[in-house]
Design a protein around this ligand. Structure first.
Ligand code: AMP
Length: 301
């Protein structure tokens, strides 16, 4: 089934305790598209500048990503640089230049309007809403956001939350949205504000999903080394939405399976800088790690 993503496409400079990468291909939509393309065909909506390498779009296309919604505009690609602390859950943004995203007004190819699944990756909530306006009644809409938008565009974030089925945020963002540090209380408030489901990502502690009457938790895969945590959340969302779109199974069991696939994709991307690890993955490696997750959480009754 068709899965649409809107979000940033970027060139990142990354510093982590394991090393550094300059001008790495990044952006939430890029990570999402690479990871979700293992599950289902992807439709991508974004903007890039004249400096963005054409080969990357070609590579995405070869993986079943329809990039006809990626607008090439005069100006430069979004640039972000970040530095991670020894404690990898903490990072500082050193520099952010929105470039062509500053005045991007997405106009979707008409062939994208019937997308049944959509993920509004982290980008200005104005753009997320405009994309949603152009879809003909999608089956499931997932959404991410970040501190910057919660602080600077709160009314727009609130309005968007009323229109999405599933919010995927990290614990810090959940706290900022609700004022509650406790994830259970924060999730309750988020559910009251609109979405039917909320998934709270807790970095190396895994992910926890809340809906009106269920709670489900999956640990993070224990890795010997995390080289670069960038994009982990986007790849989590990609595995989750990708598996839901592939299976069409929105039952509680289908959702649990999708959350584990999300955790699998998040665990792969952090093993190397940028999307490198995703570029060398195979479907077999993904399924093998899924099975490792199953045994990781095989709790006797
Ligand atoms: P994540 O690690 O999942 O938070 O995603 C990191 C990606 O988000 C990086 O590749 C950045 O290029 C991108 N990014 C950082 N800040 C912003 C922003 N304000 N708007 C959109 N994308 C951003």
């Amino acid at each position: 089934m068709s899965l649409l993503v809107v979000g940033s496409v970027a060139l990142d400079t990354l510093e982590t305790p394991a090393g550094r990468a300059d001008d790495a291909v990044g952006g939430a939509a890029t990570y999402f598209a690479y990871a979700a393309s293992f599950f289902t065909p992807i439709r991508m909506v974004a903007a890039v500048g004249e400096d963005f390498p054409e080969e990357v779009l070609e590579d995405l296309e070869s993986r079943g990503v329809d990039v006809s919604g990626v607008e090439k505009r005069p100006g430069s690609t979004l640039r972000w640089s970040g530095r991670y602390h020894e404690e990898l859950n903490v990072r500082d943004t050193l520099h952010l230049d929105l470039g062509v995203f500053a005045d991007f007004d997405p106009s979707l190819p008409s062939s994208f309007a019937d997308s049944e699944y959509a993920f509004l990756a982290n980008i200005d909530p104005v753009l997320q809403s405009r994309v949603l306006d152009q879809l003909n009644g999608p089956k499931l809409v997932g959404c991410d956001t970040m501190n910057h938008w919660i602080q600077e565009s709160r009314p727009l974030v609130d309005a968007l939350l009323k229109r999405v089925d599933m919010l995927v945020v990290n614990d810090e963002e959940a706290e900022l949205l609700t004022g509650d540090r406790n994830v259970v209380k924060a999730a309750g408030k988020i559910l009251d504000s609109g979405p039917e489901r909320v998934l709270i990502k807790r970095g190396e502690y895994g992910v926890i999903e809340f809906s009106g009457n269920t709670v489900f938790a999956v640990p993070a895969y224990p890795l010997e080394e995390v080289r670069d945590p960038t994009g982990a959340g986007d790849c989590f969302a990609a595995g989750l939405m990708g598996e839901l779109a592939r299976s069409g199974d929105l039952s509680p069991q289908g959702l649990r399976r999708a959350i584990v696939y999300g955790s699998v994709m998040g665990s792969f991307v952090v093993e190397d800088f940028g999307p490198r690890r995703l570029q060398e993955l195979t479907a077999e490696m993904i399924d093998e790690r899924y099975q490792l997750f199953v045994s990781l959480t095989d709790i006797p009754r």
